[in-house]
Write a protein that binds this ligand. Structure first.
Ligand code: FEO
Ligand code: CA
Ligand code: CA
Ligand code: CA
Length: 685
């Protein structure tokens, strides 16, 4: 772990998740244990323990089994490339017959011109008009602007998230100083305004037009729609929490507006062609110094989310002068009431934010009906005329939950817009031991979510989504990351990236390892294949890990060519190939039990047969996160985030860095890869 982030309020590494679920709800493991019995699991080992939880037929409705011809096994999508080996090298490797171009690295100006200054010399004002840091979820919107996945395959708007920053790569002043991958050191207990602004502007979302040039290379194209949305951009608050007492601040005394979106991890794409960005590990950007009797005294909407009580993640509130743009990160009660200070500023974060990439003057909108938590991303079920809109989202922290939103109004293609996301029911998942599951509504007045139990109205339920989910008895999961819906059969897949906090006593079928280093992928099928249903059946598609300590549904073998750990990014292409991206944390990469997996990588999977092949390996220190193709599936965009993050502080001070991606010199930069097949074919075939 980098040394100078040890005093963060959570004992994880830079950018990681905040464990704060102290509820008594049973974990996923405990439920599965109750079903199988610990003795059976311990004696039977991994293979026996997972029987009934893995394997395609076990939990499928009978109709699906009957539909398949008895003689021909279903094949699923074609995966045709030769897998690449595990790599510990500071390069990008793709299969034979594929080519890679680097596009829009951090600091690329949005105007299509070369940068006047490269990072880390770039000013805050220049960062305000350039691609941000730490690329994560993204979408390619074909330039016609009508359908999210139909239209041009050579010209479009990329909407891309910038999850967080590495200050030592961002600021010229960091050169030669002993700084790890956490935060800049304070000078006289203070931060510099220009540096803090640059950090705030490096977060958020970029909208940037890119087009394929005559020479086959892609380039940024100047366009009035190119814009940066970041940690200071004015935004609307919509849905049941709009105007609520818990979101009123000095900036917006009526609780209808806020500034900025932070820690934008994965994303979503609406059926009406807008972009959603998910606010994940936002709590650490604030701090609340309120004390009573010498102890921290936090309201539950801060405490349950891990708002720090001493130092904020990047110390943004510690700029001298107390200017509002910085003071808002101090969530202590310093004024006479909530409209005189920023005690409620953290309550304006933790939401799904909607952005219209085709309307540069539109304000982003925080859609509060989808709940407030560490949203990893959001993924929609297929939009069907006259049926509700359904969106799934995971809360990426240890022992947190998986949610889904079902709109009150039906989808109508001609009139659909973001207001569909303002009215509906948010559910949280309960995974039963028998392979069935239930969606439990988080609706004010239903079950325990009453005024008598501290939930005065639906706004209060949503600001305290985690507490509401605790109250209804949701199932604690192992860090839910991305979700994806199989276009062929509608099954929903979610990555559960790892959970090293799982105690030996909790080992069971669904979480078959103590100190689970490797993660798994769960999937479910909604009752009657109706995404608005309140019941489902589930199994595990993959228990990740090394050969001999892992399983794939369909009994496909785990080999050196496909073993993977810490699944995170997940996406289905239109043919039904499932793309899996890994995020082995910086402290674990190339070390201990994670050493055999090499650098983070991307895989293609056939969800029907369980076949998995390694498609791409990335440079040192990065994670692979974010993937989309053009509509013709012949150009793929993939993001590499935080190359070089594994550089020890002492090495950095001595002028050494673990990665020189992508330029071969200077500071390492997050960037988007453009991947094509040399014969012009479909990626993955
Ligand atoms: Fe930002 Fe959970 O990954
Ligand atoms: Ca992630
Ligand atoms: Ca990460
Ligand atoms: Ca992750």
């Amino acid at each position: 772990m980098p040394d100078d982030i040890r005093n963060l309020p959570y004992d994880l590494e830079a950018g990681d998740e905040i464990p704060s679920n102290t509820s008594a709800n049973r974990s996923f493991a405990e439920i599965a244990e109750a079903r199988l019995g610990r003795r059976g699991m311990l004696m039977g080992g991994l293979g026996a323990a997972i029987t009934g939880f893995i394997g395609a037929a076990g939990t499928r409705p009978a109709a699906a089994q009957i539909a398949a011809p008895a003689t021909a096994a279903p094949r699923g999508p074609v995966i045709g490339f030769r897998p690449v080996p595990v790599s510990p090298n500071d390069t990008v490797v793709v299969p034979e017959g594929y080519s890679v171009q680097v596009l829009i690295p951090h600091g690329t100006p949005l105007n299509g011109q070369p940068a006047a200054r490269k990072l880390p010399e770039m000013s805050a004002a220049e960062q305000d008009q350039a691609i941000g840091a730490h690329h994560d979820g993204m979408h390619f919107f074909p330039i016609e602007g009508r359908e999210p996945d139909q239209g041009s395959s050579t010209d479009g708007l990329i909407a891309i998230n910038h999850e967080y920053i590495e200050p030592r790569f961002l600021h010229a002043r960091a050169a030669g100083q002993s700084i790890g991958n956490g935060r800049m050191p304070l000078v006289d207990n203070q931060r510099d305004a220009e540096e803090v602004r640059k950090e705030i502007f490096a977060h958020g979302v970029s909208i940037v037009r890119v087009a394929k040039q005559a020479n086959g290379q892609w380039a940024v194209v100047a366009d009035p729609r190119n814009r940066r949305i970041h940690g200071a951009t004015p935004m609307e608050i919509a849905g049941p929490a709009r105007g609520h007492a818990l979101v009123r601040t000095k900036y917006s005394p009526d609780g209808t507006r806020t500034r900025g979106t932070l820690n934008n991890c994965a994303h979503g794409v609406t059926p009406w062609n807008t972009y959603l960005t998910a606010e994940e590990n936002w709590a650490g950007y604030f701090r609340n110094l309120d004390q009573r009797d010498g102890r921290p005294a936090l309201p539950r909407e801060h405490a349950r989310y891990g708002v720090p009580t001493s130092q904020a993640r990047y110390n943004w509130d510690q700029v001298p002068g107390g200017a509002d743009e910085f003071a808002r990160f101090n969530a202590s009660s310093t004024g006479a009431d909530a409209t005189q200070d920023y005690r409620n500023e953290p309550n304006a974060f933790g939401w799904i934010v909607e952005i219209d990439p085709f309307n540069p003057t539109s304000a982003p909108v925080k859609r509060t009906a989808l709940g407030r938590f560490a949203h990893e991303g959001v993924v929609f079920g297929p939009a069907r005329e006259g049926r509700p809109v359904v969106a799934y989202s995971g809360d990426d922290s240890t022992f947190e939950y998986i949610y889904k939103f079902v709109s009150a109004r039906p989808f109508n293609r001609a009139s659909a817009n973001g207001s569909l996301l303002d009215d509906g029911i948010l559910y949280v998942a309960k995974f039963n031991a028998d392979g069935t599951g239930e969606w439990l509504p988080l609706r004010h007045g239903t079950g325990p979510l009453t005024a008598a139990n501290g939930f005065a109205d639906q706004g209060e339920v949503l600001v305290n989504t985690r507490l509401a989910a605790d109250a209804v008895g949701a199932t604690k999961m192992d860090r839910p990351e991305w979700g994806a819906v199989d276009p062929r059969d509608g099954q929903v897949y979610f990555t559960l990236t790892n959970n090293t906090r799982r105690a030996a006593a909790q080992v069971d079928a669904a979480n078959p390892r103590a100190q689970n280093n490797f993660g798994q992928i769960i999937r479910w099928r909604e009752a009657n294949d109706d995404h608005a249903a309140t019941r489902f059946t589930w199994d595990l598609f993959l228990i990740a890990g090394p050969e001999g300590d892992s399983r794939i549904a369909g009994n496909a073998p785990v080999t050196a060519d496909n073993m993977l750990a810490c699944p995170d990014g997940l996406w289905f292409d239109a043919d039904g190939r499932m793309w899996i991206q890994t995020d082995i944390g910086e402290a674990q990469q190339l070390r201990g039990p994670l050493a055999p997996f090499g650098n983070n990588a991307m895989f293609a999977a056939n969800p029907v047969t369980g076949e998995i092949r390694r498609f791409l390996t990335g440079p040192n220190g990065q994670e692979v996160t974010g993937v989309i193709t053009t509509p013709d599936k012949r150009t793929m965009f993939v993001n590499l985030q935080h190359p070089g993050a594994t550089t020890p502080a002492a090495d950095w001070a001595a002028g050494r860095v673990n990665s020189r991606f992508p330029n071969g010199d200077g500071v390492p930069l997050s960037a988007t890869l453009v991947i094509t097949k040399n014969d012009g074919g479909i990626i993955g075939t």
